[in-house]
Ligand binder design. Structure first.
Ligand code: FPP
Length: 250
C-alpha cells in the first residue's frame, strides 16, 4: 500500500488513539544513499539530509509522548563502507550533538547509546559521552542511538557477560531465563519495540534489535529516509493500532 502523505497532519493526529500508543518505536533510517544518487549528489549529502529528519522525527515522537525511540544510525557492518563515507557519518554525529544536544536536553530527552562505541574515533566518542552524561537524569523520552550496533554482536556480548557472571558466582545458571538475556542487552530496562519502521523499500531487519523484535509489528514504506516526515510516522502508528497483536495467543 502506498500512503498518501499529502494529507493534513492534524487529521492523522486525530486518528491516533493516545491510549494505545506504541511504547517503543525503532526506526531503520534507510535510503540516504539512493536519495543522494537520485539527485546526482554525493552520498554524504544524503546522510546530511537524513540527519535533519532525525531532529524532526525525534520532535514528532516527543510531541505525542512516545516513551522510547531507537534510531539505527551506524551498524557493525557499516565500517565496510568507503572511509570517506564512514568519516562523513562520524562527522554528522558530532554535528548532531553540537547542534541539537541543548534542545534535546531542554525537552527532557534522555540519550542512550546501543552498541560498542569504544571503536568510535576520539571526537565523536567524546561528544556521544557528553550527550549521554548531560541527559542521564532526564525523565522524558528515551532516545536510543544505535551506533556500531549489531544484534548478533549484542547477543554475543550478552552471552559472554552472562558466562562471566556465572563464573564469578554473581548469577546462577538455573536462574537464567529470557528476562536475564534482556537484562544483558544494550536495551536493559527498556521495553521491547512495539513497532519497527523501515523506509526505502527494503523488507528486512538488517541485524537491528533481533532479540527484542520477537513480537514487534513492522511498518515498511518505499519513501527514502530523507523524505520521511511526521506524517509517515503518524500513519505508521495509526496502522500499528489497527493490528491485532496476539503474542502467540489466539
Ligand atoms: C542508511 O542509508 C543510513 C545510514 C547507514 C546512516 C544513517 C545516519 C543518519 C540518518 C544521519 C546521522 C544520524 C544521527 C543520529 C546523527 P544508506 O546509506 O544505506 O542508503 P542506501 O541504501 O540508499 O544506500
Amino acid at each position: 500500500m502506498e500512503e498518501d502523505m499529502t494529507e493534513n497532519i492534524s487529521k492523522i493526529l486525530s486518528e491516533i488513539d493516545t491510549e494505545n500508543l506504541p511504547v517503543h518505536i525503532g526506526i531503520i533510517m534507510d535510503g540516504n544513499g539512493r536519495w543522494a544518487k537520485q539527485r546526482g549528489l554525493p552520498r554524504h549529502l544524503g546522510h546530511q539530509e537524513g540527519m535533519k529528519k532525525v531532529v524532526q522525527i525525534v520532535e514528532a515522537c516527543n510531541e505525542i509522548e512516545i516513551n522510547n525511540l531507537t534510531l539505527y544510525a551506524f551498524s557493525t557492518e557499516n565500517w565496510k563502507r568507503p572511509s570517506i563515507e564512514v568519516e562523513a557519518l562520524m562527522n554528522l554525529l558530532v554535528v548532531f550533538v553540537r547542534k541539537e544536544l541543548q534542545r534535546l536536553h531542554e525537552n527532557n530527552v534522555k540519550i542512550k547509546i546501543l552498541g560498542d562505541i569504544s571503536k568510535l574515533p576520539e571526537v565523536p566518542l567524546r561528544e556521544v559521552h557528553r550527550a549521554v552524561e548531560l541527559t542521564s537524569d532526564n525523565s522524558g523520552m528515551t532516545l536510543n542511538i544505535a551506533l556500531n550496533y549489531g544484534g548478533r554482536q549484542e547477543i554475543t556480548k550478552a552471552v559472554i557477560d552472562i558466562l562471566t557472571d556465572v563464573n564469578k558466582g554473581n548469577i546462577n545458571i538455573d536462574g537464567i531465563d529470557e528476562k536475564t538475556i534482556s537484562e544483558y542487552l544494550y536495551t536493559k530496562g527498556q521495553p521491547d519495540p512495539d513497532l519497527i519502521i523501515r523506509p526505502s523499500g527494503e523488507l528486512r531487519l538488517s541485524n537491528f534489535l533481533i532479540y527484542q523484535a520477537a513480537y514487534s509489528e513492522f511498518w515498511f514504506s518505499d519513501v527514502l529516509w530523507p523524505d520521511f516526515n511526521a506524517n509517515h510516522l503518524y500513519r505508521a502508528i495509526v496502522d500499528y493500532q489497527k493490528r491485532n497483536r496476539r503474542f502467540g495467543g489466539i
